[in-house]
Design a binder for this molecule. Structure first.
Ligand code: 5AD
Ligand code: SF4
Length: 440
């Protein structure tokens, strides 16, 4: 009898990576592998990696180091994702027990690469597809999230921001056809999902290869799929953010009241150095459109502090922008120099301690903004989709359409399952979550 083929997969990084892993798992299962929970129990150990910042990149090498002794027990290792694409065959030098290195643009070839692995090959690579026009579509996606169905609509990135590895790791920008996206949306609605999240490095740069729908039209069409109650999308790029996206949110109630629009800096001078291709004014104009929507739309953003050449005055402009927009959530990062990127050659004179201090000032200010924003919700009744339970506190955990975490109690005897919807009266607020009770 042939021995059973088993694999372990750990994912680092963004939602794109998390969803890639769902597709990779589905592909492996279709190839006869069984997923296991522990490295020790697997014949094949895979890491789907992230290289957006130095810290993220180090994680995979730590993990490989922790488990390399398992190689002697006959286990095989594979590195997938952004570190794989970025470091390529150098990974075989650094970790000679790794047999497979593949970037996300080559996942279509996984069945073939797995077959070679089973034949005993030890240096298999999928690294040459960054210029491909093809997207990775599979009917075998193994959805790991019980309440949110992810759909990739656009892969890769052509924006080449000065600090960013993604155009080098995920390759050229390429969109899926709108008919294939809509077919997948219908399929997962039939499976019982009511929330869809459309994914892409820049979702709103979407260009239908069939020429049928633009991004706003695709959003509206997904929002009208029977059974779908919530549609999210991430990430949007300010340069391609058009007014018809706001009009679509206004017109289609299933499109969530939340837009993630990374600004990166509040200084036009820094934005120019970052090659973001918009100014502070351009960005704020789009925020103005969003604030004028019929429903209050929650806003979130990403900010990098300490980009090479960022002065104290540039940073003050970022702080002013924070105050002006009043985001509900900010992901703040210290600039991290990345291989291959143009910013690597810029002179970086800001001391680490200064970068850390700017980040702390930013996050402290944002916490105060959120404390006020969230407390404005007290007394409102909001619809919450249940994500799980916190048995210790006797609370049900969920999220509002605005993407705010809501922890609530209910007098009902049976706890609602993940994916259920409840009307919740908000009774309390913290900077990062709301407290409430289910309305009977
Ligand atoms: N250093 C710090 N932060 C970065 N990001 C992307 N590249 C870098 C980098 N080199 C941040 C950006 C992006 C988010 C996903 O990660 O803010 O929007
Ligand atoms: Fe990390 Fe960017 Fe790759 Fe996502 S696309 S895994 S954030 S490097």
């Amino acid at each position: 009898m042939a021995t059973e083929k088993t694999f372990y997969l750990e994912t680092f990084g963004c939602q794109m990576n998390a969803h890639d892993s769902e597709k990779v798992i589905g592909t492996l299962v279709h190839e006869g592998y069984r997923q296991v929970e522990l490295e020790q129990d697997a014949g094949l150990i895979l890491y789907n990696t992230c290289s957006i910042r130095d810290k993220a990149e180090q994680k995979v090498f730590n993990r490989l180091n922790d488990h390399k002794k398992l190689y002697k027990a006959g286990k095989r290792f594979g590195v997938l994702g952004c570190v794989a694409q970025q470091e390529g065959e150098k990974i075989f030098e650094r970790a000679p027990y790794v047999s497979l290195v593949s970037g996300s643009a080559s996942y279509r070839k996984l069945p073939e690469m797995l077959a070679r692995l089973e034949d005993g090959e030890t240096r298999i690579t999928g690294l040459d597809d960054r210029q491909t026009e093809e997207t990775f579509e599979t009917e075998f996606t193994s959805r790991q999230n019980p309440y949110r169905g992810y759909i990739t609509i656009i892969e890769g990135c052509d924006k080449f921001c000065a600090y960013c590895v993604v155009p080098y790791t995920r390759g050229k920008e390429r969109s899926r056809s709108s008919s294939s996206v809509l077919a997948e949306a219908r399929r997962i609605a039939d499976q019982g999902y009511t929330e869809i999240q459309l994914l892409g490095q820049n979702v709103n740069s979407y260009r239908d290869p069939e020429g049928k729908l633009n991004f706003a039209e695709l959003l509206a069409a997904v929002g009208q799929v029977s059974g779908i109650r919530r549609v999210r999308f991430t990430t949007s790029h300010p340069r391609d953010f058009t007014r018809d996206i706001v009009a679509a949110i206004d017109a289609v109630p299933t499109l969530c009241d939340h837009v993630h629009l990374p600004v990166q800096s509040g200084s036009s001078r820094v934005l120019k150095m970052m090659a973001r291709e918009y100014t502070r004014e351009w960005y704020l104009e789009r925020i103005g459109w969003l604030k004028a929507a019929k429903r209050p739309i929650s806003l979130s953003t990403d900010i990098i502090v300490g980009f090479p050449g960022e002065t104290a005055d540039d940073f003050i402009q970022t702080m002013d922008l924070l105050q002006e927009v009043e985001y509900d959530c900010v992901f703040g990062f210290k600039y991290s120099a990345r291989p291959n990127t143009p910013a690597l050659t810029m002179i970086d004179t800001i001391p680490e301690a200064e970068k850390a201090q700017r980040l702390q000032v930013l996050l402290d200010r944002q916490r105060e903004i959120q404390r006020i924003n969230y407390s404005r919700q007290i007394g409102n009744i909001v619809e919450v989709m249940v994500e799980g339970m916190n048995p210790g506190r006797g609370q049900i955990i969920g999220r509002s359409s605005q993407n705010k975490p809501v922890n609530f109690t209910s007098s009902a005897l049976i706890a609602p399952a993940p994916g259920a919807y409840r009307q919740v009266r908000i009774t309390g607020a913290f900077p990062n979550s709301l407290l409430g009770e289910a309305v009977q």
